[in-house]
Design a binder for this molecule. Structure first.
Ligand code: UDP
Ligand code: MG
Length: 309
């Protein structure tokens, strides 16, 4: 019999754990038909509520439920990585605990795997129930990424994805500290089938992402999968050098012809402030990449486990 590992990152989700378990087990018949043994790994990402005790309760009832508990909140990326590392399955699926990744899609996903795909991924075609500003910036982000990165990152892609052991191993081999899984999935390649579905709203509890967190996460995505901003900084540098050179010529010639050294102060101030602004901006871009490099070379572990069941 083959094993299907379900990896579920949880952060302050005491209300959702049990509900998720019940919903997932509704697909049990399908798992049995396909001769799949189930393994459910709840990764507790440093929750401060009763998430751990909820998972322990399930573990008492059902030994297929496993718990990996972090020493603090390391973020969803770290939780997914830990779950994949601990999973024993021939197939591994990543799912949110809030039921925004409907378990009802699993039978269809599994049947595509039988057809020989290495991975079945999902994307939402609508963003119903999401604040419009958030949707707008999300779309903008995907359009930008499409332009500046060679790695394919799908608009509306979820982390809800079923993969073969081979693909999971490939993902695990990417041990970078600044993780942007949506990009990593694309980077490792393999044959992927995309399923589309309408957005489902969170069953219980609240989202862990505010606008600012998402914004920072999108910067993570850009620096992790594109060096275009660095190229942009260099181009700006070249552009302003050419401009400065032209201005120098202009000033010298004007001095020779009119000989007026004092006028031109306003334009000077404008130019200085513009150029120093651009300089700082470009320095900032370089700084972003340097900061990422700094964190990478420290080789810190992606997560630290406090407890495991
Ligand atoms: N999550 C996590 N660590 C975090 C934030 C979120 O493990 O620091 C989990 C969370 O418990 C949920 C999933 O990641 O299972 C998706 O989070 P959420 O539903 O808040 O994100 P959204 O669906 O709103 O994008
Ligand atoms: Mg959610």
């Amino acid at each position: 019999m083959k094993i299907l590992s379900v990896v579920v990152p949880c952060y302050n989700e005491e209300e959702s754990v049990e509900l998720f378990y019940t919903e997932l087990l509704k697909q049990e018949k399908c798992f049995r038909e396909k001769e799949l043994e189930l393994e459910i790994i709840f990764v507790n990402d440093g929750s401060r509520d009763g998430t751990v005790s909820e998972v322990k309760k399930l573990h008492e009832r059902d030994k297929r439920v496993r718990l990996v508990s972090f020493s603090r909140n390391f973020g969803k990326e770290a939780a997914m990585y830990a779950g994949m590392e601990k999973a024993k399955g021939d197939y591994v699926v990543l799912m949110d605990v809030d039921l925004q990744d409907p378990p009802a899609l699993l039978p269809e996903m599994l049947s595509y795997m039988e057809q020989g795909y290495d991975s079945v991924a999902t994307r939402r075609v609508s963003r119903k129930g999401e604040p419009p500003v958030r949707s707008f910036f999300a779309r903008l982000f995907y359009r930008l990424m499409h332009k500046i990165s060679k790695t394919e990152i799908m608009d509306g892609a979820r982390d809800y994805r079923l993969m073969t052991r081979q693909m999971v191993e490939a993902i695990l081999s990417m041990q970078e500290y600044n993780r942007f899984t949506k990009g990593i999935f694309g980077w490792v390649g393999f044959e992927t089938k995309w399923l589309e579905y309408e957005n489902v709203e969170r069953a219980r509890g609240e989202t862990k992402w505010n606008f600012w967190k998402l914004f920072l996460y999108s910067l993570e995505g850009i620096t992790a999968f594109s060096t275009a901003p660095l190229m942009f900084a260099s181009l700006m540098g070249v552009l302003f050098c050419i401009l400065a050179f032209a201005l120098i010529l202009f000033t010298i010639i004007r001095k020779i012809i009119f000989g007026d050294p004092v006028s031109g102060w306003p334009s000077l101030v404008c130019i200085i402030s513009l150029v120093s602004g651009v300089q700082l901006f470009c320095l900032g871009i370089v700084g972003q990449y340097l900061a990422k490099t700094y964190l990478e070379v420290k080789r810190r572990p992606i997560y630290i486990i406090k407890e495991e069941l």
